[in-house]
Write a protein that binds this ligand. Structure first.
Ligand SMILES: Nc1nc2c(ncn2[C@@H]2O[C@H](COP(=O)(O)OP(=O)(O)OP(=O)(O)O)[C@@H](O)[C@H]2O)c(=O)[nH]1
Ligand SMILES: [Mg+2]
Length: 316
């Protein structure tokens, strides 16, 4: 794989090629990650999630500039599970991140497809490893934050910021979907619009209920920014730099991420086996048995795990 040598030398066109393989979970992409994984773990991975239109991409654009000004190389992965586009196509006007072809310290990649071979969460994890291996200091991951899968993806980051905007009328948006668990800080974007102070106070109250990975005594900070005017961006970057886990917290966070990634791969594998039940006569028989009430779904599930080569498991 000459591509890997070019990647190590900082060749962004090699990175783009590899990213397409990884995005689609193609065998070449899987092989690349297998080869590179041992050298990863250096990048600081920051998740940014929030409702559609909250200004995530606009904010990322500002964060890129702020971190570049501090001498850091920044990669962005914008995940869009709702789009039917495939093959790493750009997301058109959904992406408000300027291209910076003249700057080798910035790489922006959108992920729109689930790929033919695997799910979005494992592919996103692979993409993070790829950017890490390419030597980026910061890897920013944008997710829309509406479904469980997006929450899972946010869980692959060291730190996750949850974006909220004033003026929704219904107060704090989308805190049901497991986001309380992943948000390490809250960001009120569009603070140039009315209502930002009130929303900040509401979020400060929510922060006391946090289940963040950073620990029971971690109260997520609430920051006000405007991606439009640039207000608050430097303070946000200071906070993100300060939130990077260190020492024991870092080791603990790495274990949580590894567990999430292994779990995503196992789920993905099983999901695909089940979706392809035609290829497994034994699975088909178990499904028929459960449908005809000859076996309980639970007994059939145990039988299916055995048929797929797993020993007695937690379902037994
Ligand atoms: N007034 C104001 N508008 C903003 C601000 N940040 C973003 N916007 C606008 O909000 C709209 C959505 O911005 P995006 O950056 O595309 O939001 P997003 O969260 O990435 O959107 P999706 O990826 O589609 O979910 C655009 O019209 C932006 O110009 C801000 O701080 N203030
Ligand atoms: Mg966006």
């Amino acid at each position: 794989l000459g591509l890997l040598d070019r990647l190590a030398a900082g060749d962004l066109s090699a990175l783009a090629r590899l990213a397409t393989y990884v995005e689609n979970s193609e065998p070449l992409g899987v092989a690349a990650i297998d080869r590179l994984y041992a050298q990863t773990g250096r990048a600081y991975v920051v998740g940014l999630t929030g409702p559609p239109g909250a200004g995530k991409s606009s904010l990322l654009d500002r964060l890129i500039d702020a971190w570049r000004a501090r001498g850091r190389r920044v990669a962005v992965i914008a995940v869009d599970p709702s789009s039917p586009l495939s093959g790493g196509a750009t997301l058109g006007d959904r992406i408000r991140i300027r291209e910076r072809p003249e700057d080798p310290g910035v790489f922006v990649r959108s992920m729109a497809s689930r790929g033919r071979y695997g799910g979005l969460a494992p592919a996103t994890a692979g993409m993070i490893h790829l950017m890490d291996a390419a030597g980026f200091d910061i890897v920013l991951v944008e997710t829309v934050g509406v479904g469980q899968e997006e929450v899972d993806i946010a869980g692959l980051a060291h730190v996750t910021a949850l974006l909220q905007i004033p003026g929704g009328g219904d107060g704090v948006q989308m805190l049901k979907a497991g986001l309380l668990e992943v948000a390490d800080l809250y960001v009120v974007n569009k603070a140039d619009l009315p209502g930002a102070d009130m929303l900040s106070r509401e979020l400060a109250a929510v922060a006391t209920l946090s289940l963040s990975h950073a620990g029971a005594d971690h109260k997520p900070p609430v920051l006000k920014v405007s991606a439009l005017t640039g207000d608050g961006i430097d303070a946000l970057v200071d906070t993100l730099d300060a939130l990077r886990p260190a020492g024991e917290a870092d080791s603990a966070r790495r274990r949580v991420i590894a567990q999430a990634e292994i779990g995503a791969l196992i789920q993905d594998h099983l999901r695909r086996q089940l979706a392809d039940a035609q290829a497994h006569p034994e699975l088909l028989r178990l499904i028929d048995d459960a449908a005809a009430r000859r076996q309980t779904p639970r007994a059939a599930a145990i039988g299916a795990l055995h048929a797929l080569g797993f020993g007695p498991g937690p379902l037994d």
